[in-house]
Design a protein. Structure first.
Length: 220
C-alpha cells in the first residue's frame, strides 16, 4: 500500500540525489526541453547546497560512454564532491551508491535523474523497498518520449513515491520569506534559472517586492 506523505520535507530530514545528468543522456531527451531540465537540475543542486542538504551525485560510464556530470553542477556547485561512477543502469546495484545513500543519515530522499524510466525509476523502486521515503522531482527528469516519462512517473507513484516539482522543492525548504539566512540565496537561484526571476527583478525595481515584506516581518 502506497504511503501518504503529508509532512513537508525540511533541510534537516532529507537528502538530494542526482543521477546521470550527463551529455549522452541529455542527447536522448525528447519529452522535455533540454535547457529547461538543465536549469531545473541547477536549481536543485544550488538549493541543496544553500540549505546544506546531504547531496549524492552519480554518473554511469562517464569515461567510456556517457561523459561527465554536467559542469554547471559538478564544477560550478560541487567542485570538491566525489561523483560515484557506475556501470549498473540501476544505481542501487552499485555498492558505492548504496553506501553514499546510507552515509547521508537521512530516510527521506529527493531524487531526479536522466532518463526517467531507468535512472530515476530503478533506484526509486529500490529505495522504497529499502524503507526510504522518496520524492521524485518530475520536471527535472526526462526521457526519450513524453509517454515514456509519464508512464515511468506513474509507476513510481503507484509504488509509493511522491511527485515533486523543482520550484516546490525550493519553496518547501524555504517555507517563509522571513527566513533571512536563505532568502537572498533563493532569490538569486530563481533569478538565474527560472522565469519567475523576471518577476522578482520587477518587484525589486518597482515595489521592493519580497525584500520590503521581509524587512517588515517579525524577526525569528
Amino acid at each position: 500500500m502506497a504511503a501518504k506523505y503529508t509532512d513537508h520535507i525540511t533541510p534537516d530530514d532529507c537528502a538530494l540525489v542526482l543521477v546521470d545528468f550527463q551529455p549522452q543522456m541529455f542527447f536522448g531527451i525528447q519529452s522535455h526541453d533540454r535547457k529547461r531540465i538543465l536549469d531545473h537540475v541547477q536549481i536543485l543542486a544550488k538549493g541543496g547546497k544553500l540549505f546544506d542538504l546531504p547531496v549524492v551525485l552519480t554518473t554511469i560510464t562517464a569515461s567510456s560512454f556517457a561523459g561527465p556530470f554536467v559542469p554547471e553542477v559538478a564544477e560550478a556547485v560541487f567542485p570538491d564532491k566525489k561523483i560515484i561512477d557506475r556501470t549498473a543502469i540501476n544505481a542501487w546495484i552499485d555498492p558505492n551508491f548504496r553506501a553514499a545513500i546510507q552515509a547521508t543519515g537521512r530516510k527521506r530522499i529527493v531524487i531526479a535523474g536522466l532518463w526517467t524510466g531507468a535512472c530515476a525509476t530503478f533506484p526509486t523502486l529500490e529505495l522504497l523497498k529499502a524503507g526510504y521515503e522518496v520524492f521524485v522531482v518530475t520536471d527535472a527528469c526526462g526521457d526519450t518520449r513524453h509517454e515514456v516519462h509519464e508512464m515511468s512517473v506513474q509507476r513510481m507513484i503507484q509504488a509509493g513515491a511522491v511527485p515533486l516539482t523543482t520550484l516546490h522543492f525550493l519553496f518547501e525548504l524555504q517555507q517563509d520569506w522571513a527566513r533571512e539566512e536563505t532568502y537572498s540565496g533563493v532569490m538569486e537561484i530563481l533569478r538565474a534559472h527560472d522565469s519567475f526571476g523576471t518577476q522578482i527583478f520587477f518587484s525589486y525595481w518597482a515595489l521592493g517586492g519580497h525584500a520590503q515584506a521581509r524587512d517588515n516581518a517579525p524577526k525569528m
